[in-house]
Design a binder for this molecule. Structure first.
Ligand SMILES: [Zn+2]
Length: 85
């Protein structure tokens, strides 16, 4: 159980991978773990959807500007979610 859990991505890690995922620069195993995490996590699914929408609107990834604010928002969301459990 502990080994399985350690292999699983936590939300913080998943958020760090979103940009690479969208750029298609994740390794196959990282991509698989990322997608496995998304399948069980509505919060990260929502975050990814927001990122996709941002890219659609701006036509590019701008991790230094846009996503830093979005990451802060997501971190707040994640903290609230953890507090509720
Ligand atoms: Zn998550």
């Amino acid at each position: 159980m502990k080994l399985l859990r350690r292999r699983d991505l936590v939300c913080q890690q998943a958020v760090e991978l979103v940009t690479d995922y969208l750029e298609g620069s994740l390794s196959r195993s990282a991509r698989r773990r990322f997608e496995a995490h998304l399948a069980g996590c509505p919060h990260c699914t929502e975050y990814l959807a927001q990122m996709r929408e941002t890219i659609r609107l701006t036509g590019r990834l701008t991790p230094d500007d846009l996503t830093s604010g979005m990451r802060t928002d997501f971190t707040d969301l994640y903290r609230r979610w953890r507090a509720e459990q």
